[in-house]
Design a protein around this ligand. Structure first.
Ligand code: GLY
Length: 597
């Protein structure tokens, strides 16, 4: 249910858009009105100050704990948990539950996530795979038409066919069981309350709705929620979500069994199977069988650091690690030099060539996981960077591998969406989690107060390339290859940076660049995040529009031989740098903040 906003539009701006404008708005209104704003939005002064810091380009600093995520309401829920002695795993549960309400287009109960955990007591790093799985009834050609032609991306995305078994609820529960110490139901309570009383729709959520109007209105339940009375939700509308409150309430009381079995599971399956025009194949058995998988972290050496993250089925840690590993012994000390960006761009192209050939769910296909980040292999690949113009011929390499199988190169389409959470708690534990429903609004199917993912379109739509099988084909129970790169950077066995981003396969470039900017170029985390993006995924060299990087590098990179594309590069980086104190940054391209104490 939504109520059209009853308060002036500057109040929306104050808390959800631009802190600079917010400051001006604060200056322009009487103090009583500003106080009323706090009451209406429920945001603390600390959150408003954190936004102001972001707008001023400054990091937020703290001594004890910190949380950074994509929406201030979610960050505040996590901050409350941390302030009362909860762990980073506890805080993540609260943050994710609120994100699923206030940023439903990016992540939620209907999606999947990867989590990297550094445990202060044991010094151990653990990675948890909460990725969606393909239904048991999935087939390799399910995203092809009767003539064997690949479906158009949105023909596959919108509806039931793209929906994989969600992993996020079980990941929340699993992380809490391993590392949490707060009461489970208490962690879900803030999101339940917000869903019952209503929250102000953010400008980003409203824009996303307006930009997806036709697809969102194909399904009655989705249309009713995002277009109440036939009109798109607008920024500042107060939106309630009783169904979400009820779903979370059942999970609070009974654990995630209430999600993976029983009436909620049956409703999910019915929604997928009855999706008009594009029914899917998910079954109650798929939901009942779902499990979280603990996997070995993948780490790569870069200078004095070990850059660690999520291995297969994510390509994130391998590809970020390959890029950084190839740059380990080359001179990229000057961010103003086009040659630095040639080196970064070509290291990325080489890494993406390997990604397209070798990376997929290693439970289903053999993969040279260790070989891809072996120092000797990356040193050998790095020798290819010794020229002074763009590489002409970029092909996958031959990492050490005990297997003889040859793969074809992948064809899969990825659009940016997703959300990232970084947390450090007062015990010194660190958590990096990237969470998604894949495309903005996922499959567009809405059930029980949340959206269902379209993660299966992260599989390759084609099964073969020039006669060779593709590693990332769809198979029953398999997890689609991801680019999500939740990362913890270590130095001398201690975490020094917690980072990640949304952005489809550009996530890899965003994370690699920001690590380099912080650790190599000495920028603070906020500067490193805000620095203009230059990203090469094995195609065009993308330069972030509206930034100084266009004037600085467009002509030079073109001259070096790249096809340059100036475009929006919508990362959502959230990072915490750890030294004597904590220093957090939130991406100015999105609505989030970093908050600490
Ligand atoms: N669907 C985004 C990713 O997993 O990379």
């Amino acid at each position: 249910m939504s109520i059209r906003v009853l308060f002036p539009s500057y109040l929306v701006t104050l808390f959800f858009l631009s802190p600079a404008i917010a400051q001006q708005a604060t200056d322009d209104v009487a103090p009583e009105e500003a106080t009323e704003t706090d009451a209406v939005t429920g945001l603390s002064e600390a959150a408003a100050a954190a936004m102001a810091a972001k707008e001023a380009g400054e990091p937020v600093t703290a001594q004890n704990w910190m949380v950074a995520a994509a929406n201030p309401l979610a960050v505040e829920a996590g901050a409350d948990v941390l302030a009362s002695g909860g762990t980073a795993a506890d805080a993540m549960v609260a943050v994710q539950a609120v994100l699923g309400l206030v940023e439903p287009q990016s992540s939620g109960l209907g999606g999947g996530a990867f989590l990297v955990w550094y445990d202060a007591e044991s010094g151990a790093m653990t990675t948890l795979d909460g990725r969606e799985t393909a239904p048991l009834a999935a087939t390799p050609t399910m995203f092809q038409d009767e003539n064997g032609e690949r479906l158009g991306f949105f023909d596959a995305v919108v509806g039931g066919l793209s929906v994989g078994t969600p992993g996020t609820p079980k990941l929340m529960e699993d992380a809490h069981r391993r590392w949490g110490q707060s009461n489970w139901a208490d962690l879900l309570a803030p999101a339940i309350q917000l869903a019952e009383t209503g929250f102000a729709v953010s400008p980003r959520m409203a824009d996303s709705i307006a930009n997806d109007s036709e697809r969102l209105q194909r399904f009655p339940a989705t249309a009713e929620y995002f277009f109440p009375g036939g009109t798109a939700l607008a920024a500042g509308d107060i939106l309630q979500n009783e169904a979400y409150a009820d779903t979370l309430g059942q999970i609070a009381e009974h654990g995630t069994d209430a999600f993976y079995t029983g009436p909620i599971a049956e409703d999910i399956v019915a929604t997928v199977r009855n999706a008009e025009g594009n029914p899917g194949r998910l079954s109650t058995l798929d939901l009942a069988l779902y499990n979280i998988i603990e996997r070995d972290p993948v780490c790569a050496n870069y200078k004095a650091y070990e850059v660690c993250g999520m291995g297969p089925p994510s390509s994130g840690a391998l590809t970020v690690g390959q890029i950084l590993g190839m740059l380990d012994n080359v001179d990229i000390s000057d961010p103003a030099s086009p040659d630095t960006w040639r080196l970064i761009g070509d290291a990325s192209r080489l890494a993406f060539a390997d990604r397209g050939r070798y990376m997929a769910d290693s439970d289903y296909v053999p993969m040279p996981t260790e070989g891809l980040v072996a120092s000797e292999y990356l040193a050998e690949r790095s020798e290819l960077l010794s020229g002074d113009t763009a590489l002409e011929d970029v092909v996958p390499g031959n990492p050490e591998w005990s297997h003889a199988r040859l793969w074809g190169d992948d064809v899969s389409i990825e659009f940016p969406s997703t959300s990232h959470i970084s947390i450090v708690d007062s015990y010194g534990n660190a958590l990096s989690m990237t969470t998604t429903i894949e495309n903005g609004f996922g499959s567009r199917l809405f059930v029980r107060g949340f959206l269902l993912n379209n993660e299966l379109t992260d599989f390759s739509f084609a099964t073969h390339d020039e006669g060779l099988p593709i590693a990332n084909i769809i198979e029953p129970g398999k997890r689609p290859r991801s680019s999500m790169s939740p990362t913890i950077v270590m130095e001398d066995g201690e975490p020094v940076l917690v980072i990640g981003s949304p952005g489809g396969s550009r996530i890899i470039g965003y994370v690699a660049k920001t690590i380099i900017a912080h650790l190599e170029w000495g920028m603070d985390v906020q500067q490193a995040i805000a620095m203009p993006h230059l990203v090469n995924r094995f195609g065009t060299y993308d330069i972030e529009e509206g930034t100084g990087a266009v004037a600085d590098f467009e002509a030079q990179l073109t001259e070096l031989g790249y096809e340059v594309n100036v475009r929006g590069l919508n990362s959502g980086l959230h990072a915490i740098s750890i030294s004597d104190d904590l220093s957090g940054g939130a991406d100015p391209r999105r609505e989030g903040i970093a908050l600490g104490e």
